[in-house]
Design a protein around this ligand. Structure first.
Ligand SMILES: Nc1nc2c(ncn2[C@@H]2O[C@H](COP(=O)(O)OP(=O)(O)OP(=O)(O)O)[C@@H](O)[C@H]2O)c(=O)[nH]1
Ligand SMILES: [Mg+2]
Length: 351
């Protein structure tokens, strides 16, 4: 189970350096434009101390964390949507992502990072505009031969086109429930949730200019130092922690990024365990117990009877499932129950 995160930004923003640090792989990161030629896909376990704690209590060795999947593509330059540079070739990979991480390089005094943000965002809008325009042509042909649903779709698409032409993201267009599918099918980049990653100089990590910028249209931002992260990635875990404490920056890039991705996607984590493993799952808040069961296995959703729920803190402090039951903190819930952050679920179902 993974959350897919597409890394975009201007050339030399530090995307590959960050990607390497996160995935500890070795994608070449060099200071010339378009160092990244093929998109790179890598996975990172979401750090989660609760998994280990649960595993301890229930006495299993194997923990399966939530995974963040990253795709690193080439930088987007002015004109990318018309085929300039290489970034555009990989936008199709970004279309498959759940969330967009826009890396902004500000470690070098010379870069005009505000202009870089504008350029990248404009190219993304133009790329979406191309997608919508093609969809309108196709839908228009069908609408002319009198298909009613195609005529409705055409109206929706035209509204999206107008918004994009006004420089607004597709996500800013309010859609009626019967319009959602038409837009979803296009996988527009500007319809996706996004957050900014400011790649700053180590000395500026705690600068409020970057940790709390106000000009990002409500999209959250985190500040990291890709170079520092790539040095830390080489160290053993305990050393990394010491180092971070020493420089007064105790939040790792992956923690910040997970936090941002969870917040823009409105995700929460629940857990399951059996005699073999403890597993973490990320679901959108508001997902029902039955839908959550479907994430584990489609049979569980189909044959759903009820779910037994406990807070992982209760299990950890009580020391066993039996003890949780004894103090009356194991609850039985039905299919419409909405699991809360940190709960452990045991789904009962008919096979
Ligand atoms: N000083 C400093 N240099 C950095 C930092 N992050 C990246 N760099 C350098 O900037 C250059 C470009 O970094 P990359 O990670 O390749 O940039 P990119 O965004 O992947 O570039 P493209 O793939 O060409 O779009 C490299 O020489 C990095 O070492 C940083 O935080 N501080
Ligand atoms: Mg790169």
């Amino acid at each position: 189970m993974s959350v897919r995160c597409g890394i975009i930004g201007a050339p030399n923003a530090g995307k590959s350096t960050l990607y390497n640090a996160l995935t500890k792989s070795s994608v070449p990161a060099e200071s010339f434009p378009f160092c990244t030629i093929e998109p790179n896909i890598g996975s990172v376990a979401v750090p989660d101390a609760r998994l280990e704690a649960i595993a301890n209590v229930v006495n299993v060795d194997k923990v399966v964390p939530v995974v963040l999947e990253f795709v690193d593509i080439a930088g987007l330059v002015d004109g990318a949507s018309r085929g300039e540079g290489l970034g555009n070739r990989f936008l199709s990979h970004i279309r498959e992502m759940d969330v967009i991480a826009h890396v902004v390089g500000c470690f070098d005094q010379q870069t005009d990072w505000r202009a870089d943000i504008e350029t990248v965002n404009l190219e993304l809008l133009l790329a979406d505009l191309g997608t919508v325009t093609r969809a309108i042509e196709k839908t228009g042909r069908k609408a002319r031969v009198g298909d009613k649903s195609e005529r409705a779709a055409l109206k929706t698409l035209t509204r999206i086109m107008n918004a994009l032409e006004n420089g607004e993201r597709a996500s800013s267009v309010e859609l009626a429930s019967d319009e959602v599918d038409t837009v979803r099918q296009l996988h527009l980049i500007s319809a996706k949730r996004k957050f900014y990653i400011f790649n700053v100089d180590e000395s500026k990590l705690t600068h409020s200019e970057f940790s709390n910028p106000t000009h990002l249209q409500g999209n959250p931002a985190v500040a990291i130092c890709a170079e520092l992260e790539s040095e830390l990635a080489e160290m053993p875990d305990e050393e990394q922690e010491l180092f971070r404490t020493e420089i007064g920056y105790d939040r790792s890039a992956i923690d910040s990024i997970v936090h941002a991705a969870y917040s823009v996607l409105n995700l929460s984590t629940f857990y399951t365990f059996n005699e073999n493993e403890v597993r973490g799952w990320a679901i959108a808040r508001g997902t029902t117990a039955r839908q959550a069961a479907g994430r584990i296995h489609t049979d569980m959703e189909r044959g759903f009877i009820r779910v037994e729920v406990m807070a992982c803190e209760d299990l950890i402090s009580a020391g066993s499932e039996q003890a949780v039951k004894k103090v009356g903190k194991l609850r039985i819930e039905g299919k419409t129950y909405q699991p809360q952050e940190g709960e452990i679920l045991r789904v009962r179902f008919n096979t």
